[in-house]
Design a protein around this ligand. Structure first.
Ligand code: FAD
Length: 461
């Protein structure tokens, strides 16, 4: 059972004072556990620190409903996900039980209309969900983000009424998981270099090729994938999106928890999945190769404009970047919270580490950059939600938040000293989880290219 602040698997309080001997010790204040209003356990952390953590959420863009969503997700993240995140990460296991709970709460369909099985909330609510989940665990946050933005949004944005009716309710209710197959061995940043081909055979297409690093390629059942449909066309033209269906690779677990598999959904023969990638971070998230071996995809699964798949992909990634920026922001903020709790209780030279001015500087820099990232992220989300152009703002939010999250988590490990280098404290997981934020959904270099292109227009090509 989960006891407040104690890992389910019997591990120790992660905010506890350093457990081993050595020169430090925790000093007289250690051990006076108290529950702060925002749900974190502080061991005698000064009240000012607790208040500061709770007040970090600005409400510039938020209505009361947004704040309610935030509080609900925060509770789930801290009570359900936090106690299990370390185990899933260490064992590199997909968190099926937590995914089922998130599905039951409607977190896998936040921005989609209720008539399509969604929660009927707005885009800002969705970004809040990703932000809050990532403060506690990035693998859970990317599971929701990849499923929602990458797997479901292309069908909502470009699908026919029939496609939306068939596929979106399954995804929005979390009955099955979705993903997005774009990257190939020879086509990463240069996504127009797609080599997967789709050949027209009348009532169906035959796909051949392979997609790598695909989130949910294994556990998912509905994947939006791109393939070249006109080999003679210019690189970025002649690519089409397809809705590809397959069985989850984890049938036993999906059956056990009661989500992740829909037997009545017709599956496309010839869609295979590779072995799970052994990754530095996001270890509880499912990342695999997706192989099309004479895969048969019905004609009615062509998604959006024929030969317009590259444009769809750019549109999907623009939105995805805001989600990934929120995820990176969440990791950074979670790391700062850990640092505030740790440095307030860890004593050296007879004082709390937090009392040293050098530590103030590090904490102040982290908090300032987090505040800046928060404005970039929520501003980009607000632009998207209100139907305004948001491409460069999304790229800026993703670039800044992901690089900040790398800096902040490295700093967080440093502020924890040797303890931060062990798996007992979540900051080491946060540091590993941060790195991919600078790579996935367009590397930092690609974000700079997107931003520069907006500044320079035609001059750049
Ligand atoms: C955990 C994980 C999950 C992922 N999930 C998905 C998913 O769900 N769906 C999906 O389709 N993909 C997914 N990806 C793939 C991811 O989007 C790509 O890894 C990413 O876009 C970079 O492509 P690449 O790995 O081929 O690197 P490359 O494109 O080969 O880049 C290598 C380096 O060259 C740099 N570079 C490339 N071109 C330029 C340039 N023009 N100017 C300057 N520098 C440049 C890059 O910035 C990078 O530093 C995932 C990857 C990982 C690791």
């Amino acid at each position: 059972m989960h006891r407040r602040g104690v890992w389910d698997d019997g591990l120790t309080l992660h905010q506890k004072p350093p457990p081993r001997g050595g020169t430090g010790g925790t000093g007289g204040k250690g051990g006076n556990a108290s529950e702060a209003p925002c749900g974190l356990l502080y061991l005698a952390a000064p009240a000012a620190l607790a208040a500061y953590i709770c007040n970090m959420d600005d409400s510039l863009y938020f209505t009361d409903q947004h704040l309610q969503v935030r509080d609900m997700v925060r509770d789930v993240a801290r009570q359900v996900i936090r106690p299990t995140a370390r185990r899933y990460d260490l064992e590199s296991q997909f968190p099926w039980d937590n995914v089922k709970q998130m599905a039951d709460l409607g977190l896998l369909g936040i921005p989609w209309p209720e008539q399509l099985g969604g929660a009927g909330m707005d885009y800002l609510s969705y970004i809040i969900v990703i932000h809050e989940l990532a403060k506690v665990d990035a693998s859970h946050a990317i599971t929701v983000s990849a499923h929602t933005t990458l797997g479901t949004s292309p069908i909502v944005d470009f699908g026919t009424e029939e496609q939306k009716r068939r596929f979106v309710p399954l995804l929005a209710t979390g009955k099955v998981l979705g993903g997005f197959g774009l990257t190939e061995p020879g086509a990463g940043s240069d996504a127009g270099g797609t080599k997967t081909v789709a050949v027209d055979r009348g009532d169906h297409y035959v796909l051949n090729g392979s997609k790598i690093f695909i989130t949910h390629a294994g556990v998912g059942e509905i994947i939006v994938a791109t393939a070249r449909t006109d080999p003679a066309a210019k690189k970025t033209r002649g690519i089409t999106s397809f809705i590809v269906t397959k069985d989850t690779c984890d049938l036993a677990e999906a059956t056990r928890v009661g989500t992740g598999h829909e037997p009545t959904l017709p599956k496309c023969p010839g869609v295979l999945t590779g072995k799970k990638e052994d990754k530095l971070g996001w270890r509880a998230s499912d990342t695999r190769e997706l192989v099309f071996q004479d895969a048969i995809v019905p004609r009615e699964n062509v998604l959006g404009q024929f030969n317009g798949g590259f444009r769809h992909m750019l549109h999907t990634l623009d939105g995805g970047r805001i989600g990934l920026a929120a995820l990176a922001l969440g990791i950074a903020e979670g790391a700062l919270e850990e640092c505030l709790a740790f440095t307030a209780t860890r004593k050296q030279f007879g004082k709390a580490v937090a009392s040293f001015q050098g530590v103030h500087f590090a904490l102040a820099d982290m908090a300032t950059e987090i505040e800046a990232a928060k404005h970039l992220v929520y501003h980009a989300a607000w632009l998207k939600q209100t139907g305004r152009p948001f491409k460069p703002e999304a790229a800026m939010a993703k670039l800044y938040a992901s690089e900040l999250c790398m800096r902040a988590t490295i700093k967080a490990v440093q502020l924890h000293g040797g303890y931060g280098y062990t798996t007992e404290y979540p900051v080491e997981r946060m540091m590993r989880d941060a790195k991919i934020c600078e790579i996935g959904e367009g590397t930092s270099e690609i974000q700079r290219i997107v931003i520069a292109r907006q500044l320079l227009g035609d001059l750049i090509d």
